[in-house]
Design a protein. Sequence first.
Length: 138
Amino acid sequence: MIIDLSGAHLEGAHLEGAYLSGAYLSGAHLRGAYLRGAHLSSAYLRGAHLRGAHLSSAHLHSADLHSADLRHADLSGAHLRGADLRHADLSYADLSYADLSYADLHSADLYGAYLFCADLRDADLYGALQPHFLITAM
């Protein structure tokens, strides 16, 4: 069964731990939504509005987040291995302890993003480094 929530208005929705792997959420309005621990692997979130969303520990392996608005989102501990984050706006997002290995962050906006102990192995960061980009390690 394919779940298609493209363009849906789910602002502030409580979807903690929801199983939405492979779901279509392109252009969905999820501002401030609670998606902690949600399963969104291989989901299509292209151009989704996720400003201030709570995505800590979410499973976003190979998710399509091209041009998504993730400003001020909590992605701490999120699993973003191999995710497409090209042209995504991650300004002021919390990416501490996130797995961004093999992720494509080409031209992503990382202004003020917090990347404490984030795994960036083999991630494509071409054009992504912005002022106040903070990477720290233990």
